[in-house]
Design a protein around this ligand. Structure first.
Ligand code: ZN
Length: 429
């Protein structure tokens, strides 16, 4: 039974907490013995976890009073985000944990125990972390989906909490996996239902021009993604014939970009609002003429004009040039850089990426204007060659020069690679 607290008591307790922390932070720890220092470290960690668990009680009370409703918010997640400046992901985690570990109120107003009582107790005494709780919540949701008997569910929860006292969240994930395989060996149906519910993908701007892609992929999508990305992410010969300098993560990123460009080129993306899927790029007349500054896409991503014009080499692009007040000066409709006949002729000629030593097949190549179309380069066979995404990306910056000889593209390396600058070709068997 918990005691009711008056407003003044609650305020006094809540201000005593930060006061105690400030007092501790004002101490010098240099005089402590090693063992005592580690004791303080462990006590501070325990207090941090207990403080996090206090959230569960507060969120439960906020919901019991329907405070989100009073402020015309969709739920407590939005209330926490607005009140505490939390990202949707952060407030989502806190509310999810509160729902599983906080007290519940029945429809008749009766106080009920938390859904996961053993986990809630371990959280309240500060012995397990928020990450570990996430692992336990996910595993228990699977067992509920599998309609495991209630007693077995309780045993499983007690077991996982016990393991959480000994292992970190990463190891605990593996243990939970083994437990699920044991308790629900043919749980593929339940798993499929869970996967359908949990599937998720989002792409959020980081505020520094980069974007964070986060996803929970179902098994099928993950298998597709890995098959396609891994095959595209294999190291490629660098311009100097050295090994690929990109990290594994950078190669996966570039493979992902190549897949997206392929989808765009395929021209059969579903239409949205009656307009075929296109990348809409806007830039000012001055940016277009000088080739400097930042252009923007319809998703408000900023690209250098250079990058924008390189994307514009692709098939399905609309572009708008506007003056400083936003008036439209010029626009281009979706443009195909090459006719189907020209594309077939290019495939017959180049057989894939034309860069010396690259083995990428035609499906993964883009049509590269040797003299850029923005600089007046024509869309004809003598000004086009096939390049994979990787080589398309660095042909201009890497110091290589492409020239056509007898209707074939030749690649002249920069002097730092070959002092004699002998032109090379991609000789395919
Ligand atoms: Zn290539």
């Amino acid at each position: 039974m918990t005691a009711a607290v008056s407003t003044s008591e609650a305020a006094a307790l809540a201000t005593a907490l930060p006061a105690a922390v400030a007092q501790l932070a004002g101490c010098s720890f240099s005089g402590l013995a090693d063992d005592d220092l580690l004791v303080v470290l462990r006590l501070a960690e325990r207090a941090r976890r207990q403080l996090e668990a206090l959230d569960h009680l507060l969120v439960a009370e906020v919901e019991a009073r329907n405070l989100p409703g009073r402020y015309v918010l969709r739920g407590s997640k939005q209330l926490l985000s607005g009140l505490l400046n939390l990202s949707p992901a952060e407030s989502g985690t806190r509310v999810r944990q509160a729902h599983q570990l906080g007290p519940r109120t029945s429809l008749t107003g009766e106080r009920l125990a938390p859904l996961l009582p053993v986990t809630a107790a371990a959280r309240a005494d500060g012995s397990i972390t928020a990450r570990q709780v996430d692992v336990i919540i996910a595993a228990m949701a699977r067992l509920r989906d599998a309609r495991l008997p209630v007693e077995q569910q309780a045993d499983a929860e007690a077991f996982l909490v016990e393991q959480a006292h000994r292992f970190d969240a990463g190891t605990l994930t593996g243990i939970a996996r083994q437990l699920l395989d044991t308790l629900d060996p043919d749980g593929s149906l339940a798993e499929e239902r869970t996967q359908q519910r949990r599937r998720f993908l989002s792409c959020h701007p980081n505020g520094d021009g980069m974007h964070r892609l986060t996803a929970d992929l179902d098994t099928e999508t993950a298998a597709l993604a890995m098959t396609v990305l891994h095959s595209l992410a294999s190291p490629k010969p660098s311009e100097a014939g050295e090994r690929d300098q990109r990290t594994a993560g950078q190669r996966m990123h570039d493979a992902f970009r190549a897949v997206l460009k392929l989808a765009l080129r395929a021209g059969d993306l579903p239409t949205s609002g009656g307009v075929p899927a296109t990348v809409l790029i806007t830039m000012t007349a001055e940016q277009f003429q000088t080739g400097t500054g930042l252009a923007s896409t319809s998703y408000q991503q900023k690209l250098t004009v250079d990058q924008a014009l390189r994307i514009a080499d692709e098939a399905a692009i609309s572009w708008i040039v506007h003056n400083s007040k936003g008036g439209i000066l010029n626009y281009g409709t979706t443009r195909r850089v090459a006719t189907d006949k020209q594309t077939l002729a290019l495939i017959a000629r180049d057989k894939g990426c034309a860069f010396p030593g690259c083995a990428d097949p035609p499906e993964w190549t883009e049509k590269h204007h040797i003299t850029p179309w923005a600089a007046g380069g024509a869309t004809d066979l003598d000004n086009l060659c096939l390049l994979c995404d990787h080589h398309h990306d660095r042909i201009d910056t890497g110091g290589w020069r492409i020239t056509m000889r007898d209707g074939l593209p030749w690649f002249t390396p920069p002097a730092w690679i070959d002092p004699e600058q002998r032109p090379q070709r991609n000789i395919r068997p």
